[in-house]
Design a protein around this ligand. Structure first.
Ligand SMILES: Nc1ncnc2c1ncn2[C@@H]1O[C@H](COP(=O)(O)OP(=O)(O)OP(=O)(O)O)[C@@H](O)[C@H]1O
Length: 301
């Protein structure tokens, strides 16, 4: 049997006796796109550093394709894009990629062809000092993709990018995953990862508090569904009374209901006939689910 791409077994790392990562276990499979979510200080970077072999766990074990992090076998398999990517300003994009190709023992011409893949072909001969933040980030991604890595770690890869650059970034991530590489990315941009990843890991104070697909986390959380019923100035009060909801303004009434009651509640709304002009159904967002699992109070409206 081929080993999992990455396995963590009860991994703990403390700083000043405080756990930054606390008994974390999970395994990643080939071609998965996983989002690692957590508030500032939740332990995401510490986890990445252990996967890369920069830090050793105090207890527990990690393996990258069955190898210990930091060994030649593990390092060859992994690519890493740090959050604040910095290159020498006086080097051109091409020179940066040639330099990293040499460090990784890879073909420099092939590495330079990655500029095209990340949309920097025309800027390849310009100095990095003239690049925008989005261009530097794309160069960082090209650097990470040198040598066809099998596990790609991206730390807050899209922070500071505009929507188009983000879109392009995720298209490349999708291509990388489609050819079998596993992509683990940490992010604070919850809405964005919602559509771009297959699985969600949530760290809270160093502990792994959620690990599943978004739809299964949604089902586990059993958060209320929001129904917004729109009536008229004449009917809103009666709608609120009959359905037991909260008046939002002169015309709308909001109801929160358990997922299992949704159909029954919609039937009750429909039975009001012409009193109702419209109904909006809002499922809990990833933000709501994140707050639920990480123990943060729900957002006030
Ligand atoms: N070298 C260190 N020495 C002491 N404490 C550290 C060290 N590195 C991390 N920590 C602490 O460990 C905890 C986890 O930090 P970590 O950087 O892993 O969090 P993070 O989830 O990456 O946060 P952010 O989203 O802000 O980057 C924090 O409380 C941090 O202060």
């Amino acid at each position: 049997m081929t080993p999992a791409v990455l396995t963590l077994d009860k991994v703990t790392k403390c700083f000043d006796r405080r756990p930054a990562v606390d008994a974390v276990s999970f395994a990643l499979a080939e071609g998965e796109r996983i989002a690692l979510l957590g508030h500032n200080g939740a332990g995401k970077t510490t986890l990445f550093k252990m996967i890369l072999g920069f830090l050793r766990p105090d207890t527990g074990a990690l393996a990258v394709f069955g190898a210990r992090p930091g060994t030649a076998a593990a390092r060859t398999a992994i690519a890493y894009l740090p959050e604040a990517v910095a290159f020498h300003k006086s080097l051109t994009g091409e020179e940066v990629l040639r330099y990293y190709a040499r460090l990784k023992g890879e073909d420099a011409t092939r590495a330079v062809s990655l500029l095209d893949r990340v949309g920097l072909a025309e800027a390849g001969r310009r100095r990095v000092g003239t690049y925008s933040k989005g261009m530097r980030q794309r160069l960082g991604l090209a650097q990470a993709l040198i040598g066809r890595p099998r596990l790609v770690l991206l730390d807050e890869p899209t922070s500071g990018l505009d929507p188009i650059s983000r879109q392009n970034f995720y298209e490349i991530v999708e291509e990388v995953a489609a050819r079998g590489a596993t992509v683990l990315l940490s992010s604070h941009a919850l809405t964005e990862v919602e559509a771009k990843t297959d699985r969600i890991l949530i760290l809270s104070h160093g502990r792994l508090v959620a690990d599943d697909t978004l739809s299964r986390l949604r089902a586990q959380a059993r958060l209320p569904i929001r129904l917004k019923v729109q009536g008229t100035e004449e009917t809103a009060a009666e709608i609120a009374e009959r359905l037991g909801g909260r008046r939002l303004n002169g015309r709308s009434v909001e109801l929160l209901c358990d997922p299992s009651d949704k159909v029954a509640r919609l039937a009750a709304i429909t039975a009001l006939g012409s009193m109702v002009a419209d109904v909006d159904v809002t499922l809990p967002s990833l933000d709501d689910i994140y707050r639920h699992f990480s123990g943060v109070a729900p957002k006030e409206d």
